[in-house]
Ligand binder design. Structure first.
Ligand SMILES: *Cc1c(COP(=O)(O)O)cnc(C)c1O
Length: 411
């Protein structure tokens, strides 16, 4: 091993020994605080992607750091064959705050989805309908990268090369109620959707369609699964995005992760007792799921995320962003095609390459995420200050100017 030089630290080179599944930016960070990230070369960046909606309470949040370190000195892991007090606490918090009666803890979003799908199928099996296995998903959805999750989303580029598409999964166009009504039948187990799509380009389902889907599910015994891994836990300005419908379209099962650990890996599958009736001892499990470290951080995170002041703040900052992005769209119609999303899950559909735009933003020391349909997404920490929001808009505007001048030069 050669010693690391200062120069290597300044410009990290992607390793040959990491499986090449990501197209990585040559940028590494060594420290973060709130919405600020500090790169290995000491440069500061304004983080408006928050680890893709994970660091919802900012980097190195003192309450989360405290919860994690306190727990680290006591106990890291036992086993799910024992009672884990933190699970009882966090499950109580989550069920009291939602439609759900029971929770299964895993380590990631994909695992929460896996549990949701298994719970749905097992429900029908337990009720004497083993033929009801079909999971209806939607174009533009993203549910994670396990085989079941990529089959549920149906995105061809995520399925290619991994063998035949699994039976029992079908996809329909986004927000098309007629297509859903036509597809639900005797073998349908569940409908799975993100109330606000994340990776797919920050598209929000219309309230009317969600209400109609709920009604259709009630009429046909179909279970409704929400994937609120990205749009949940305060991101849209309510604790969960489905709450905007005021009880008219609650799910039966819901997958949660990302912000739940604020950066510590944890996921959860929430369900009503009725939907989870097939999940009996032995039907599912996880070695690490719900371990004491994850639960300590999850409890501390949820204590913050449920606070009405925080949710009100999200709505206010989101309102500011909405107004500012509308202004930017007016001034840069050649760059910005559409503004979408909900709350602080903001999608900006671009006329120019979103990959290049992310680089222009990085040049301004603003970090934003990509997304489907040539979008970039802003997913800042929920406690982003108004000063930081103004700074983000200033940087975004300069990135628009760069994109415009590049487009002009190319023309
Ligand atoms: C990130 C994400 C997932 C997958 O979560 P992982 O923790 O990466 O497995 C699933 N669904 C949605 C909506 C997501 O945003």
């Amino acid at each position: 091993m050669t010693e690391k030089t200062a120069q290597q630290q300044a410009a990290p080179v992607p390793s040959d020994h990491i499986m090449g599944v990501y197209q990585r930016a040559p940028l590494a960070f060594e420290r973060g605080e709130g919405a600020r990230l500090y790169a290995t070369d000491g440069e500061a960046y304004l983080d408006c992607m928050a680890g893709i909606a994970v660091n919802a309470l900012g980097h190195a949040n003192p309450k989360l750091v405290q919860a994690l370190t306190d727990q680290a000195h006591k106990l890291w892991h036992t086993s799910n064959i024992f009672t884990i007090p933190g699970q009882e606490t966090l499950a109580t918090m989550l069920t009291e705050a939602t439609f759900a009666d029971v929770v299964f803890f895993g380590n990631s979003g994909a695992e929460a989805i896996e549990c949701a799908i298994k719970t749905a199928r097992k429900h029908h099996w337990a009720n004497g309908n083993p033929e009801r296995i079909d999971i209806i998903g939607f174009e533009g959805s993203f549910h994670g990268r396990t085989l079941a999750a990529v089959n549920a989303s149906g995105n061809a580029s995520y399925l290619e090369g991994f063998g035949p598409k699994m039976p029992g999964f079908l996809q329909l166009p986004f927000d098309d109620l007629d297509a859903i009504k036509a597809a639900v039948g005797e073998t349908t187990a569940a409908i799975i959707l993100e109330p606000v799509q994340g990776e797919g380009g920050a598209r929000a389902w219309t309230d009317a369609t969600l209400r109609a889907i709920r009604q259709l599910c009630d009429e046909t015994g179909t279970l409704l699964i929400y994937d609120e891994i990205q749009c949940g836990l305060g991101r849209t300005g309510r604790l969960f995005a489905y709450e905007w419908l005021e009880g008219a379209a609650d799910p039966d099962i819901m997958a949660v992760a990302k912000a739940l650990g604020g950066g510590f890996p944890v996921g959860a599958c929430l369900a009503t007792a009725r939907a989870a009736n097939g999940m009996t001892p032995g039907s599912h499990g996880s070695t690490y799921g719900g371990n004491p470290l994850a639960m300590a951080v999850g409890i501390a995170a949820v204590e913050e995320l449920v606070k009405p002041e925080l949710l009100a703040h999200v709505r206010e900052v989101a309102g500011y962003f909405n107004q500012q992005f509308a202004g930017l769209q007016d001034r840069f119609p050649d760059v910005i095609v559409d503004i979408r999303g909900k709350g602080l899950l903001i999608g900006v559909k671009l006329a120019t390459s979103n990959r290049e735009f992310m680089q222009h933003a990085r040049d301004e020391h603003l970090l934003i995420a990509g997304g489907g349909e040539n979008c970039v997404r802003l997913l800042p920490p929920l406690n982003l200050t108004f000063d930081e929001a103004r700074e983000a808009i200033g940087k975004f505007e300069r990135a628009c100017e760069t994109a415009r001048s590049k487009a002009k030069a190319a023309a």
